[in-house]
Design a protein around this ligand. Structure first.
Ligand SMILES: [Fe+2]
Length: 418
Protein backbone atom coordinates (compact mmCIF):
# COMPACT_ATOMS: atom_id res chain seq x y z
CA UNK A 1 0.00 0.00 0.00
CA UNK A 2 1.25 3.49 -0.76
CA UNK A 3 2.31 5.61 2.22
CA UNK A 4 -0.25 8.21 3.19
CA UNK A 5 0.51 11.88 2.45
CA UNK A 6 0.40 13.72 5.74
CA UNK A 7 -0.98 17.22 5.67
CA UNK A 8 1.71 18.74 7.87
CA UNK A 9 4.36 18.05 5.24
CA UNK A 10 3.01 20.65 2.86
CA UNK A 11 4.69 24.05 2.67
CA UNK A 12 3.12 27.48 2.65
CA UNK A 13 4.33 30.93 1.72
CA UNK A 14 3.83 32.28 5.25
CA UNK A 15 7.39 31.79 6.46
CA UNK A 16 9.02 34.15 8.93
CA UNK A 17 12.62 34.46 9.94
CA UNK A 18 12.72 33.82 13.67
CA UNK A 19 15.55 34.06 16.19
CA UNK A 20 15.89 30.81 18.19
CA UNK A 21 15.33 32.86 21.36
CA UNK A 22 11.79 33.62 20.08
CA UNK A 23 11.09 30.04 19.14
CA UNK A 24 8.25 28.28 21.05
CA UNK A 25 6.73 24.80 21.27
CA UNK A 26 4.05 24.52 18.56
CA UNK A 27 5.97 26.54 15.96
CA UNK A 28 6.59 24.82 12.65
CA UNK A 29 10.27 25.04 11.65
CA UNK A 30 10.31 25.14 7.84
CA UNK A 31 14.06 25.65 7.36
CA UNK A 32 17.24 26.29 9.31
CA UNK A 33 20.15 28.71 9.00
CA UNK A 34 22.48 25.85 8.01
CA UNK A 35 22.44 22.66 5.96
CA UNK A 36 20.06 20.11 7.39
CA UNK A 37 22.62 17.38 6.90
CA UNK A 38 24.83 19.09 9.49
CA UNK A 39 22.01 18.62 12.02
CA UNK A 40 20.31 15.59 13.62
CA UNK A 41 17.14 16.41 11.64
CA UNK A 42 16.97 14.39 8.45
CA UNK A 43 14.27 16.41 6.71
CA UNK A 44 13.25 20.01 6.50
CA UNK A 45 10.02 20.86 8.25
CA UNK A 46 8.77 19.77 11.68
CA UNK A 47 6.65 21.19 14.46
CA UNK A 48 8.47 21.68 17.76
CA UNK A 49 6.74 19.38 20.20
CA UNK A 50 8.93 19.37 23.35
CA UNK A 51 11.39 21.43 25.41
CA UNK A 52 14.07 18.94 24.39
CA UNK A 53 13.46 19.54 20.69
CA UNK A 54 13.37 23.31 21.29
CA UNK A 55 16.73 23.16 23.07
CA UNK A 56 18.19 21.03 20.29
CA UNK A 57 17.30 23.70 17.69
CA UNK A 58 18.66 26.46 19.97
CA UNK A 59 21.93 24.56 20.41
CA UNK A 60 22.42 24.20 16.66
CA UNK A 61 21.04 27.38 15.08
CA UNK A 62 21.00 31.14 15.52
CA UNK A 63 17.76 31.60 13.59
CA UNK A 64 15.24 29.51 11.64
CA UNK A 65 12.33 30.09 9.24
CA UNK A 66 8.97 29.38 10.85
CA UNK A 67 5.83 28.60 8.84
CA UNK A 68 3.01 30.59 10.48
CA UNK A 69 0.26 28.67 8.69
CA UNK A 70 1.49 25.32 9.93
CA UNK A 71 2.23 26.52 13.48
CA UNK A 72 -0.29 26.03 16.28
CA UNK A 73 0.91 29.13 18.20
CA UNK A 74 1.29 32.77 17.01
CA UNK A 75 4.53 33.55 15.17
CA UNK A 76 6.21 36.97 15.63
CA UNK A 77 6.44 39.06 12.45
CA UNK A 78 9.90 38.64 10.90
CA UNK A 79 12.29 41.06 9.27
CA UNK A 80 12.11 42.20 5.65
CA UNK A 81 13.53 40.09 2.84
CA UNK A 82 17.28 39.64 2.78
CA UNK A 83 19.70 41.28 0.40
CA UNK A 84 19.99 39.68 -3.03
CA UNK A 85 23.08 38.98 -5.09
CA UNK A 86 22.46 38.63 -8.81
CA UNK A 87 23.68 35.28 -10.12
CA UNK A 88 26.07 34.68 -12.96
CA UNK A 89 26.36 31.52 -15.06
CA UNK A 90 28.82 29.03 -13.58
CA UNK A 91 28.94 26.70 -16.54
CA UNK A 92 27.66 26.43 -20.06
CA UNK A 93 24.15 24.99 -20.21
CA UNK A 94 24.89 23.60 -23.66
CA UNK A 95 26.73 20.66 -22.12
CA UNK A 96 23.73 19.64 -20.06
CA UNK A 97 21.35 20.21 -22.98
CA UNK A 98 23.39 17.83 -25.15
CA UNK A 99 23.32 15.19 -22.42
CA UNK A 100 19.52 15.58 -22.17
CA UNK A 101 19.22 15.23 -25.95
CA UNK A 102 21.21 11.99 -25.95
CA UNK A 103 19.28 10.57 -22.98
CA UNK A 104 15.98 11.59 -24.63
CA UNK A 105 16.80 9.54 -27.74
CA UNK A 106 17.41 6.41 -25.66
CA UNK A 107 14.25 7.17 -23.72
CA UNK A 108 12.10 7.55 -26.86
CA UNK A 109 13.17 4.15 -28.14
CA UNK A 110 12.57 2.52 -24.73
CA UNK A 111 9.12 4.08 -24.46
CA UNK A 112 8.14 2.82 -27.92
CA UNK A 113 9.30 -0.68 -26.99
CA UNK A 114 7.25 -0.63 -23.79
CA UNK A 115 4.10 0.59 -25.56
CA UNK A 116 4.45 -2.20 -28.11
CA UNK A 117 5.24 -4.94 -25.62
CA UNK A 118 2.23 -4.06 -23.46
CA UNK A 119 -0.16 -4.10 -26.43
CA UNK A 120 1.44 -7.29 -27.85
CA UNK A 121 1.07 -9.19 -24.59
CA UNK A 122 -2.53 -7.99 -24.23
CA UNK A 123 -3.14 -9.53 -27.66
CA UNK A 124 -1.66 -12.84 -26.47
CA UNK A 125 1.80 -12.51 -28.07
CA UNK A 126 4.94 -13.33 -26.10
CA UNK A 127 7.53 -10.82 -24.92
CA UNK A 128 10.48 -10.08 -27.21
CA UNK A 129 13.19 -10.45 -24.56
CA UNK A 130 16.06 -9.79 -27.02
CA UNK A 131 14.71 -6.33 -27.71
CA UNK A 132 14.10 -5.82 -23.98
CA UNK A 133 17.77 -6.61 -23.34
CA UNK A 134 18.81 -4.07 -25.99
CA UNK A 135 16.59 -1.45 -24.40
CA UNK A 136 18.11 -2.11 -20.96
CA UNK A 137 21.66 -1.96 -22.41
CA UNK A 138 20.84 1.45 -23.87
CA UNK A 139 19.50 2.67 -20.53
CA UNK A 140 22.53 1.33 -18.60
CA UNK A 141 24.82 3.17 -21.02
CA UNK A 142 22.76 6.33 -20.80
CA UNK A 143 22.92 6.32 -16.98
CA UNK A 144 26.66 5.62 -16.98
CA UNK A 145 27.17 8.54 -19.39
CA UNK A 146 25.07 11.06 -17.45
CA UNK A 147 22.78 9.86 -14.65
CA UNK A 148 21.56 13.44 -14.06
CA UNK A 149 20.21 13.70 -17.61
CA UNK A 150 18.47 10.32 -17.38
CA UNK A 151 16.93 11.17 -13.99
CA UNK A 152 15.88 14.64 -15.22
CA UNK A 153 13.77 12.99 -17.91
CA UNK A 154 11.94 10.82 -15.37
CA UNK A 155 10.34 14.06 -14.13
CA UNK A 156 8.55 14.54 -17.45
CA UNK A 157 5.23 12.89 -16.84
CA UNK A 158 2.33 12.34 -19.16
CA UNK A 159 -0.94 11.12 -17.67
CA UNK A 160 -2.03 9.57 -20.98
CA UNK A 161 1.02 7.35 -21.18
CA UNK A 162 1.29 6.52 -17.50
CA UNK A 163 1.95 2.76 -17.72
CA UNK A 164 4.80 2.80 -20.23
CA UNK A 165 6.44 5.93 -18.78
CA UNK A 166 6.12 4.55 -15.26
CA UNK A 167 7.86 1.29 -16.23
CA UNK A 168 10.58 3.29 -17.96
CA UNK A 169 11.05 5.61 -14.98
CA UNK A 170 11.18 2.70 -12.55
CA UNK A 171 13.87 1.11 -14.72
CA UNK A 172 15.96 4.31 -14.91
CA UNK A 173 15.69 5.02 -11.17
CA UNK A 174 16.41 1.39 -10.22
CA UNK A 175 19.47 1.30 -12.48
CA UNK A 176 20.78 4.63 -11.18
CA UNK A 177 20.23 3.47 -7.59
CA UNK A 178 21.82 0.03 -8.06
CA UNK A 179 24.79 1.61 -9.84
CA UNK A 180 25.11 3.93 -6.84
CA UNK A 181 25.04 0.80 -4.60
CA UNK A 182 28.00 -0.60 -6.55
CA UNK A 183 26.43 -3.22 -8.85
CA UNK A 184 28.37 -3.94 -12.04
CA UNK A 185 27.16 -3.95 -15.61
CA UNK A 186 26.16 -7.61 -15.77
CA UNK A 187 24.03 -7.35 -12.63
CA UNK A 188 22.53 -4.08 -13.85
CA UNK A 189 21.43 -5.80 -17.03
CA UNK A 190 19.38 -8.40 -15.10
CA UNK A 191 18.10 -5.88 -12.55
CA UNK A 192 17.10 -3.46 -15.33
CA UNK A 193 15.18 -6.14 -17.21
CA UNK A 194 13.15 -6.95 -14.11
CA UNK A 195 12.50 -3.26 -13.38
CA UNK A 196 11.54 -2.47 -17.00
CA UNK A 197 8.93 -5.22 -17.10
CA UNK A 198 7.97 -5.27 -13.42
CA UNK A 199 4.30 -4.55 -14.19
CA UNK A 200 3.96 -6.65 -17.36
CA UNK A 201 1.42 -8.77 -15.44
CA UNK A 202 -0.97 -5.80 -15.55
CA UNK A 203 -1.69 -6.80 -19.15
CA UNK A 204 -3.87 -9.50 -17.51
CA UNK A 205 -5.67 -7.00 -15.26
CA UNK A 206 -9.05 -5.88 -16.66
CA UNK A 207 -8.81 -2.29 -17.96
CA UNK A 208 -11.85 -1.18 -15.93
CA UNK A 209 -9.90 -2.06 -12.76
CA UNK A 210 -6.58 -0.72 -14.03
CA UNK A 211 -8.08 2.64 -15.04
CA UNK A 212 -10.69 2.95 -12.29
CA UNK A 213 -10.61 6.56 -11.08
CA UNK A 214 -11.88 5.76 -7.58
CA UNK A 215 -10.73 3.46 -4.80
CA UNK A 216 -10.74 -0.27 -5.64
CA UNK A 217 -13.19 -2.54 -3.82
CA UNK A 218 -11.61 -5.41 -1.82
CA UNK A 219 -12.48 -7.85 -4.64
CA UNK A 220 -11.01 -5.56 -7.32
CA UNK A 221 -7.89 -5.11 -5.19
CA UNK A 222 -7.48 -8.89 -5.02
CA UNK A 223 -7.61 -9.03 -8.83
CA UNK A 224 -5.06 -6.19 -9.08
CA UNK A 225 -2.78 -8.07 -6.67
CA UNK A 226 -2.48 -10.92 -9.16
CA UNK A 227 -0.26 -8.89 -11.50
CA UNK A 228 3.14 -9.85 -9.99
CA UNK A 229 2.36 -13.61 -10.32
CA UNK A 230 0.92 -13.07 -13.81
CA UNK A 231 4.04 -11.11 -14.78
CA UNK A 232 6.26 -13.88 -13.46
CA UNK A 233 4.39 -16.47 -15.58
CA UNK A 234 4.51 -14.29 -18.71
CA UNK A 235 8.27 -13.76 -18.41
CA UNK A 236 9.01 -17.37 -17.43
CA UNK A 237 7.19 -18.44 -20.62
CA UNK A 238 9.21 -15.93 -22.68
CA UNK A 239 12.31 -17.99 -21.79
CA UNK A 240 15.92 -17.24 -20.82
CA UNK A 241 15.05 -14.49 -18.36
CA UNK A 242 17.54 -14.33 -15.44
CA UNK A 243 16.28 -15.35 -11.98
CA UNK A 244 17.14 -11.90 -10.65
CA UNK A 245 14.77 -10.28 -13.17
CA UNK A 246 12.00 -12.78 -12.40
CA UNK A 247 12.45 -12.17 -8.66
CA UNK A 248 11.83 -8.43 -9.16
CA UNK A 249 8.76 -8.99 -11.36
CA UNK A 250 7.24 -11.47 -8.92
CA UNK A 251 8.05 -9.75 -5.63
CA UNK A 252 8.16 -5.98 -6.18
CA UNK A 253 5.18 -5.55 -3.82
CA UNK A 254 6.74 -7.47 -0.90
CA UNK A 255 7.63 -5.38 2.14
CA UNK A 256 10.07 -5.79 5.06
CA UNK A 257 7.14 -6.01 7.49
CA UNK A 258 6.25 -9.33 5.82
CA UNK A 259 2.75 -8.18 4.82
CA UNK A 260 3.40 -7.50 1.14
CA UNK A 261 2.10 -9.59 -1.72
CA UNK A 262 1.93 -12.11 -3.34
CA UNK A 263 4.05 -14.28 -1.00
CA UNK A 264 4.36 -12.26 2.24
CA UNK A 265 8.10 -12.91 2.06
CA UNK A 266 10.11 -12.31 5.25
CA UNK A 267 12.69 -9.51 5.26
CA UNK A 268 15.69 -11.83 4.86
CA UNK A 269 14.40 -12.93 1.44
CA UNK A 270 14.21 -9.36 0.12
CA UNK A 271 17.52 -8.46 -1.50
CA UNK A 272 18.72 -4.95 -2.32
CA UNK A 273 17.97 -4.95 -6.08
CA UNK A 274 14.40 -6.10 -5.38
CA UNK A 275 13.87 -3.40 -2.76
CA UNK A 276 15.57 -0.83 -5.00
CA UNK A 277 12.98 -1.54 -7.69
CA UNK A 278 10.19 -1.41 -5.08
CA UNK A 279 11.40 2.00 -3.87
CA UNK A 280 11.64 3.31 -7.45
CA UNK A 281 8.13 1.98 -8.14
CA UNK A 282 6.51 3.77 -5.18
CA UNK A 283 8.59 6.95 -5.62
CA UNK A 284 7.60 7.37 -9.27
CA UNK A 285 3.95 6.47 -8.55
CA UNK A 286 3.41 8.98 -5.75
CA UNK A 287 5.31 11.76 -7.50
CA UNK A 288 3.12 11.37 -10.62
CA UNK A 289 -0.37 12.75 -11.20
CA UNK A 290 -2.92 9.95 -11.38
CA UNK A 291 -6.67 9.96 -11.82
CA UNK A 292 -7.08 9.28 -8.09
CA UNK A 293 -4.30 11.44 -6.60
CA UNK A 294 -2.25 14.56 -7.31
CA UNK A 295 1.51 14.16 -7.56
CA UNK A 296 3.49 14.83 -4.39
CA UNK A 297 6.47 17.18 -4.73
CA UNK A 298 9.64 15.08 -4.89
CA UNK A 299 10.95 16.10 -1.45
CA UNK A 300 7.60 15.33 0.17
CA UNK A 301 7.45 11.97 -1.62
CA UNK A 302 10.88 11.07 -0.25
CA UNK A 303 9.99 12.19 3.25
CA UNK A 304 6.71 10.27 3.29
CA UNK A 305 8.53 7.14 2.11
CA UNK A 306 11.30 7.62 4.65
CA UNK A 307 8.80 7.95 7.51
CA UNK A 308 7.28 4.59 6.59
CA UNK A 309 10.52 2.84 5.62
CA UNK A 310 10.78 0.67 8.74
CA UNK A 311 7.71 -1.24 7.52
CA UNK A 312 8.19 -0.97 3.78
CA UNK A 313 11.73 -0.96 2.34
CA UNK A 314 13.99 -0.67 5.41
CA UNK A 315 15.53 2.57 6.68
CA UNK A 316 19.05 1.71 5.46
CA UNK A 317 18.07 1.33 1.83
CA UNK A 318 15.67 4.27 1.88
CA UNK A 319 18.40 6.54 3.29
CA UNK A 320 20.71 5.28 0.55
CA UNK A 321 18.09 6.06 -2.10
CA UNK A 322 17.85 9.63 -0.80
CA UNK A 323 21.65 9.82 -0.95
CA UNK A 324 21.49 8.62 -4.56
CA UNK A 325 18.78 10.89 -5.97
CA UNK A 326 19.31 13.79 -3.54
CA UNK A 327 16.80 15.39 -1.20
CA UNK A 328 16.04 17.67 -4.16
CA UNK A 329 16.29 15.28 -7.11
CA UNK A 330 17.38 16.46 -10.54
CA UNK A 331 14.46 18.10 -12.34
CA UNK A 332 12.83 19.41 -9.13
CA UNK A 333 11.63 23.02 -9.35
CA UNK A 334 12.77 24.78 -6.17
CA UNK A 335 12.11 28.14 -4.54
CA UNK A 336 15.10 29.83 -2.91
CA UNK A 337 15.21 31.97 0.20
CA UNK A 338 15.30 35.07 -2.02
CA UNK A 339 12.06 33.99 -3.73
CA UNK A 340 13.86 33.12 -6.98
CA UNK A 341 13.01 29.85 -8.74
CA UNK A 342 15.38 27.29 -10.18
CA UNK A 343 15.45 23.73 -11.44
CA UNK A 344 17.91 21.23 -9.94
CA UNK A 345 20.33 20.06 -12.62
CA UNK A 346 22.88 18.29 -10.42
CA UNK A 347 21.77 16.91 -7.07
CA UNK A 348 25.38 16.53 -5.84
CA UNK A 349 26.59 13.86 -3.47
CA UNK A 350 28.14 15.88 -0.66
CA UNK A 351 25.88 18.90 -0.95
CA UNK A 352 22.43 17.42 -1.29
CA UNK A 353 20.76 20.46 0.24
CA UNK A 354 22.74 22.83 -1.96
CA UNK A 355 22.62 21.36 -5.47
CA UNK A 356 23.45 23.03 -8.78
CA UNK A 357 20.37 24.70 -10.23
CA UNK A 358 19.32 26.41 -13.42
CA UNK A 359 17.85 29.74 -12.35
CA UNK A 360 14.59 30.33 -14.27
CA UNK A 361 12.83 33.12 -12.39
CA UNK A 362 14.36 36.02 -10.49
CA UNK A 363 13.56 36.99 -6.92
CA UNK A 364 11.21 39.73 -8.19
CA UNK A 365 9.11 37.20 -10.13
CA UNK A 366 10.48 38.05 -13.59
CA UNK A 367 11.12 35.05 -15.83
CA UNK A 368 14.79 35.15 -16.87
CA UNK A 369 15.52 35.85 -20.53
CA UNK A 370 18.45 33.44 -20.38
CA UNK A 371 18.65 30.67 -17.81
CA UNK A 372 21.83 30.62 -15.69
CA UNK A 373 23.49 27.72 -13.91
CA UNK A 374 24.12 28.45 -10.24
CA UNK A 375 26.07 26.34 -7.74
CA UNK A 376 24.18 26.85 -4.48
CA UNK A 377 27.00 25.30 -2.42
CA UNK A 378 29.47 27.87 -3.74
CA UNK A 379 26.97 30.74 -3.44
CA UNK A 380 26.01 29.92 0.12
CA UNK A 381 29.66 30.11 1.22
CA UNK A 382 29.65 33.79 0.27
CA UNK A 383 27.43 36.51 1.74
CA UNK A 384 23.62 36.33 1.96
CA UNK A 385 23.64 32.55 2.37
CA UNK A 386 19.91 32.53 3.18
CA UNK A 387 19.07 33.80 -0.30
CA UNK A 388 20.71 30.72 -1.77
CA UNK A 389 19.08 28.18 0.51
CA UNK A 390 16.23 26.08 -0.86
CA UNK A 391 12.99 26.95 0.87
CA UNK A 392 10.69 24.41 -0.78
CA UNK A 393 9.92 22.37 -3.89
CA UNK A 394 7.14 23.79 -6.05
CA UNK A 395 4.99 22.20 -8.72
CA UNK A 396 5.66 23.57 -12.26
CA UNK A 397 1.90 23.85 -12.88
CA UNK A 398 1.48 25.97 -9.71
CA UNK A 399 3.92 28.59 -11.04
CA UNK A 400 2.97 28.14 -14.70
CA UNK A 401 6.44 27.29 -16.00
CA UNK A 402 7.74 24.35 -17.98
CA UNK A 403 11.35 23.82 -16.78
CA UNK A 404 12.11 21.34 -19.55
CA UNK A 405 11.27 23.84 -22.28
CA UNK A 406 13.38 26.48 -20.53
CA UNK A 407 16.31 24.09 -20.30
CA UNK A 408 16.09 23.32 -24.00
CA UNK A 409 16.31 27.02 -24.78
CA UNK A 410 12.69 28.00 -25.33
CA UNK A 411 11.82 31.62 -24.69
CA UNK A 412 10.07 32.31 -21.39
CA UNK A 413 6.83 32.96 -23.28
CA UNK A 414 7.01 29.53 -24.94
CA UNK A 415 7.72 27.93 -21.58
CA UNK A 416 4.63 29.29 -19.86
CA UNK A 417 2.18 26.50 -19.11
CA UNK A 418 -1.26 27.49 -20.50
FE1 LIG B 1 3.29 -3.50 -9.53
Amino acid sequence: MLPVFRGQNRCSLLQQKCSVADLRIGMYVASLDRPWLETPFLFQGFKISSEEELQQVRDICRYVFVDAELSSVPVPVGKAAQSYVHPSPVRDLAEFRSAIDRAAQVRARSRDYLKNVFSDVRLGRSVDTDEARDVVSGLVESISADANAAIWLTQLKNKDEYTSLHCLNVCVLTLAFCRHLGYGEQDLQAIGLGALLHDIGKTRTPLEILNKPGRLTPDEFKIMQRHPEDGYRIMKAAGSVPEESLHIIRHHHERVSGDGYPSRLPEYELNDPLMAASIADVYDAISSDRVYHKALPTDVALRVMYEDAEHTFGKRLMEEFIRCVGIYPVGSLVELGSGALGVVVDAGTDTRLLPKIMLVRDYDGAVRETAAMVDLAARSRGGSAEDWTIRRVVSPSDVGLNPHKLLLGASPVEAIIP
